[in-house]
Every structure is written in structure tokens, then in C-alpha cells.
Design a protein around this ligand. Structure first.
Ligand SMILES: Nc1nc2c(ncn2[C@@H]2O[C@H](COP(=O)(O)OP(=O)(O)OP(=O)(O)O)[C@@H](O)[C@H]2O)c(=O)[nH]1
Ligand SMILES: [Mg+2]
Length: 472
């Protein structure tokens, strides 16, 4: 994601200010220019970039602030300003079990409507809601088949009609059958442009379906055209929120996000790939923290939830009481369903910037390695599984022999356990369950400490980002 690359550029630019003996106009201009180029390359509106530049100049040239404190203050300034630009507070749909919600998805051809429906059906059914999808796209050939396949993958019910060409008839035919569902996701047809024909069709469907929410699906890679598109839809029909798809890859993203904020159509979710689980709720605060390398535990937990079933989550909750090697293994196994651990690390506060400093193999937990670790765990006694800290040299060779693997692999497993215990054990990742009071684990903390920011300042920053850091 282009936006995520901004973090590195910002940090390099700000380091120039922190490391400089004299902060003069020339240096500040150089830094402002780098930040401007980065924001403009992500398609952020020119006017907004100029406003932010002015604020950066003011702060950077303020002689009352010590150079060493400028970096934190500048990060905080950029953080707060970007959050404002991207929509401020997180906006959420009110979808609860037992209270039916119908969502109608609208958008132009190929922007990702049908895919987004599959992703959301998967997302909400993993959270225990009874979901179904309804195919009312009667224009694009094979649209019902595509929806049917997606629903099959997400293991939810699809109501489609491969023959009927009148979307209103299809709806009337299934109206009774869908009454028992908590969430009904309705796919509609797109067009090349926002034509009168499309507006009339959507208005008709809107009054027939009477959806609680209408969501516009728009791809990030349309760049500046996003403004016209979102404004057009907002004018034509009621839009309650937007899903911006294709935020992965080379999408500039910033333009689409800013356009929605300005059209007063909140971005609710972003699509980050073609797979079912590649969807994230959009939280401007968390998103910006992530761009600036502060990590985003909430997003990580959500990814875990989508990849892992409710039942497995309950198991995860129990883990917080006592974290054993077996729990580590189960956690890693479920995490490997989300993607490579290196990618996950970017979402963990403090790990974003530290990834480069960690040994490569520490984050690459491949299937083969997991298999060897399983053998190792199977060769351990219950006491060893419960308290791996007590496993020393002779026991390590016994375990290795029993498992048919090398002693260094057993050592690595124990090392990983110790590292991850702080992150996903009590006081670590599981505390991210609640909205507030997220804690950054001790191991994580030690790594953040290596970033050259003093503890006092870290604490101030952490406060700003709504997280508690233990031991500070
Ligand atoms: N990389 C990436 N591809 C996506 C994403 N969302 C959708 N796509 C792809 O975009 C293409 C179009 O997606 P659809 O869901 O069929 O789009 P649509 O809006 O339903 O298109 P029409 O039915 O033709 O109007 C598909 O190949 C999807 O796999 C995303 O977030 N990232
Ligand atoms: Mg479609």
C-alpha cells in the first residue's frame, strides 16, 4: 500500500530535524518538501498538503522547543492532522444479532462490489451473525455464479436467480425466505458511468428493499476520479458509507480516502486483496498510527478473528490466564492462516520499525517449522509444556532426540515462546480485546526503547495514541 510507505519517509525526514545541531529554515524546507512529495504521491489533496506543511514549518522553527523534543511533537502533529484529514472518529455500522439489517451495495463496474459482499458476509458470519447474500445484478453475465461461489467459500446462504432478468421480481420472490437472517447483503449491477439509467434502477431498488444502509464500493486505484464518483453517488442516492477496495498494490488510496471524507461519506472498510479475509474496518486513528509505525493491535485482532472461528477465539481467551507452549503453537497456527508473520509484525506496535532489526528467521514461521515444533512439543512432558522456561540443555537434547529434530530447533522454539509470551500472553495481545487500555508487551517495549526515544516521551506519545505501556 503506497500509504504505508509514507511512514518510512516521514521518519527519515523527521530524523533529519532531530539529529541536526542547528534547525534552520533550509533544513526545515528540505524536510517539508520530502513530506509534501510523499503525501502528493499518495494522492492527498494539494490544499491539505500545503496546510499541513505550514503547521510543520511553524513547529519545526519554534525556537522554544528543544530539537530532541521536536521529533515527538512533529510525529504527534502529523498524526493528529492526518487523522483529521482521513475522517477523524471511526464510523461503524450498527449490526447486531437478532436485529435484521439489510445492506445494499452500489458502485460502478468492476470496483469490487461482489467481492466486498463475499468478504463482509465472511467477516460477520465469523462473528456469529446469520448472514445471507442476494444477487440482484441482472446485467453482468455470470454475476449470480460469482456471488454463489463467494458465498460457498464463506459458507453462507446465497439467494440468486440465474434466469430472471428483473431484479425487483427476484427480490419479491425471496423476501419471505430472508426474514430469518440477521444480515442481508444485496449485490446490485454496476455501469460504466453513473448514468441516469443506473440512478433510476438504484432508486427503485432502494424503495423496494428499504435498506438500513447503502454502501458505495469504490476502487482506490481510480485516483483523482474518486472525488467525482463519490460526490455523484452521494447526490443521486442516500450513501451511508464507503468501502474502498484495492488498497493493496500500487493504489494511491489517499485521494479516495480524502474525497470520501469531504463528501461526508465515511469510509467504513478497506479492501486489501482478493481473498475473503482481505478486508479491514477503517479506523482513521489506527490507520495513521500504522502509517507512522505505531502499529495497530486492533486491526491485528480483527484479522485474527476473521481467520479464526468463534470457537477458536474462545480458546484464545482462555489462554490469557496461562500462556503455555501449546498455546503458542495454536496461536502461531491460527496466525499463519492470516499471512506471513512478517506482515503481522507490521501491525504490532513497535514491531513495524523493528522488523528490520529482528533476525529474518524469527518472523518466518513456515509450515515446515511449525511441523517440527509440533514434534518437539509432543516429545515434552506436561510440566515442560506448561513452563518452557525451565527447559535446559539436557532436556533440550532429550526432546530433540525424541522429536527427530535438531537441538537448535528446540532452542528456537523456546526463544520464540519467550518473545511472543509478552506479546500474546497475559497483558499482551489478548488485552487488545477491549477497546481501551491496550498494553504493549514488555518485549515489545524493550524494542521500542531501542528506537532512541526517551521513556518519558514514549509515555507521552503512548497517551496520545491511547495505549498504556507497562513499566513506564
Ligand atoms: N487486489 C484487490 N483486488 C480486488 C479487491 N476487491 C476486488 N478485487 C478484484 O477486482 C475485480 C472486480 O471485482 P468484483 O467484485 O467482481 O467487482 P464488481 O463491482 O462486483 O464488478 P461488476 O459486477 O462487474 O460491476 C475482481 O477481480 C476482484 O478479485 C481488493 O481489495 N484488492
Ligand atoms: Mg459484481
Amino acid at each position: 500500500m503506497v500509504l504505508e510507505k509514507l511512514g518510512g519517509i516521514f521518519k527519515n525526514a523527521l530524523n533529519k530535524i532531530t539529529n541536526a545541531i542547528f534547525v534552520d529554515k533550509k533544513l526545515v524546507e528540505e524536510v517539508v518538501k520530502e513530506i509534501q512529495t510523499a503525501l502528493l504521491s499518495a494522492d492527498v489533496d494539494r490544499q491539505l498538503v500545503l496546510q499541513l506543511s505550514e503547521k510543520i514549518r511553524e513547529l519545526a522553527l519554534n525556537e522554544k522547543i528543544k530539537n530532541v523534543e521536536k521529533k515527538e511533537q512533529l510525529i504527534a502533529l502529523i498524526h493528529d492532522e492526518l487523522v483529521k484529514i482521513l475522517g477523524g472518529e471511526k464510523k461503524e455500522l450498527q449490526i447486531v444479532k437478532g436485529k435484521q439489517a439489510r445492506i445494499m451495495f452500489v458502485g460502478l463496474y468492476g470496483n469490487g462490489k461482489t467481492t466486498a459482499i463475499g468478504k463482509l458476509a465472511n467477516y460477520y458470519s465469523k462473528r456469529g451473525l446469520k448472514c445471507c447474500v442476494v444477487g440482484l445484478d441482472v446485467h453482468r453475465p455470470a454475476a449470480p455464479e460469482q456471488l454463489e461461489q463467494l458465498a460457498e467459500r464463506a459458507k453462507i446462504t446465497a439467494f440468486i436467480d440465474k434466469k430472471e432478468k428483473n431484479p425487483e421480481k427476484i427480490w419479491k420472490n425471496i423476501e419471505e425466505k430472508i426474514s430469518k437472517f440477521d444480515l442481508i447483503l444485496v449485490d446490485t449491477a454496476g455501469r460504466d458511468v453513473l448514468s441516469d439509467e443506473l440512478i433510476i434502477e438504484l432508486k427503485k431498488l432502494n424503495s423496494l428493499i428499504n435498506p438500513q444502509y447503502s454502501i458505495l464500493v469504490m476502487a482506490a486505484d481510480i485516483g483523482q476520479a474518486a472525488r467525482k464518483q463519490v460526490e455523484g453517488f452521494v447526490k443521486a442516492i442516500k450513501i451511508d458509507g464507503v468501502i474502498i477496495t484495492r488498497m493493496d498494490g500500487t493504489a494511491k488510496g489517499g485521494g479516495a480516502l480524502v474525497a470520501c471524507q469531504e463528501a461526508k461519506a465515511p469510509v467504513l472498510y478497506i479492501g486489501t486483496g482478493e481473498k475473503l479475509q482481505d478486508i479491514e474496518t477503517f479506523n482513521p486513528e489506527a490507520f495513521v498510527s500504522r502509517i507512522l509505525g505505531m502499529g495497530d493491535l486492533a486491526t491485528l485482532m480483527e484479522k485474527v478473528r476473521t481467520a479464526v472461528s468463534e470457537q477458536e477465539i474462545k480458546k484464545t481467551k482462555r489462554i490469557s490466564e496461562k500462556f503455555t507452549l501449546l498455546d503458542l503453537y495454536e496461536q502461531l497456527e491460527s496466525m499463519s492462516k492470516i499471512g506471513p508473520l512478517g506482515k503481522i509484525a507490521e501491525l504490532i506496535p513497535g514491531f513495524g520499525g523493528m522488523k528490520a532489526k529482528l533476525p529474518e528467521n524469527m518472523l518466518q514461521v513456515q509450515e515446515e517449522k511449525l511441523k517440527h515444533w509440533r514434534y518437539a512439543i509432543q516429545s515434552m512432558t506436561k510440566a515442560e509444556i506448561d513452563e518452557p522456561e525451565k527447559i535446559h540443555d539436557t532436556r533440550i537434547s532429550r526432546i530433540a532426540k525424541g522429536a527427530g529434530i535438531s537441538a537448535s530447533e528446540v532452542r528456537e522454539l523456546i526463544k520464540q515462546y519467550k518473545l511472543l509470551k509478552d506479546l500474546i500472553g497475559p497483558g499482551g495481545m489478548n488485552t487488545a480485546e477491549g477497546e481501551e487500555g491496550q498494553e504493549i508487551g514488555e518485549a515489545n517495549l524493550n524494542q521500542i526503547k531501542g528506537m532512541g526515544i526517551s521513556q518519558k516521551k514514549l509515555q507521552k506519545l503512548a497517551k496520545r495514541f491511547g495505549r498504556r505501556i507497562p513499566g513506564l
